[in-house]
Design a protein around this ligand. Sequence first.
Ligand code: SAM
Length: 260
Amino acid sequence: MIEHNFKKKYGQNFLNDKNVVNKIVSVAETSKEDLIIEIGPGGGALTEELIKKSKVLAYEIDKELEDNLKSKIKSDNFYLIFDNFLNRNIKEDIKNIKYNNLYVIANLPYYITTPIINKIIEDKIDVKKMVLMVQKEVGERFSAKSGSKDYSSISIYLNYFFDINKEFTVSRNSFFPKPNVDSIIISFTKKEKKYNINNEDKFFKLIKDSFVQKRKTLKNNLKKYDFKIIEKILVKNNLPVDVRAENIPIEVFIEISNNI
Ligand code: SAM
């Protein structure tokens, strides 16, 4: 492990398990002409393998890692920006780099997992696939299907854009310093065929409102909505009228959103 003053506030738990690094790289399936965005290269454990496969643009907030990263990774296909990823104009950063497909591969700083994913979606960055290490419980929520206890508005939101797959779990022993949580690798593959939706903002608001109080019925959470129309759609889809949001598949939410 490198000599470094590890900073908890930046979520600095570096991978020290080559096996895990290699598995992440093989899940990604990138090729020479692709560009990988890596958020938080840290000590470069993942970066040094990614650069063997593709071009890499890495964003790192901690300037103290500069000397180590620059001496470890020497390649014309390596672009390194020292800044807070959340403040970057990504489209501007990649506009002069030639590439085929864009990927995001990262062992994320967990304190900003959702803001990072939201930024990529909201900035409309056209990624083919993201392979992300996240905290295990968070990954379970991202990949949950209707009917499971982890199914929530974020599961539906992410599922709207990506096919989400749980790849493999990673023990806390694979990091230095050792974190207090276990981790999981989740892949997000851009949906080939997007859902047919009339108004995205309306849909996103509907799912947020539907889960405001998870233990309540949909009807209770959607008091401000015209529930007559929603009731008809539930019945048509063989769902009870006192159903909870956690038991409603994304397709039904889309049908509701398109009809209210
Ligand atoms: N990729 C390395 C590895 O797997 O060993 C390090 C992963 S560590 C979990 C997260 C990294 O993200 C740290 O290097 C941290 O400094 C960096 N980081 C934290 N917040 C960041 C931000 N807002 N923008 C860019 N990098 C950030």
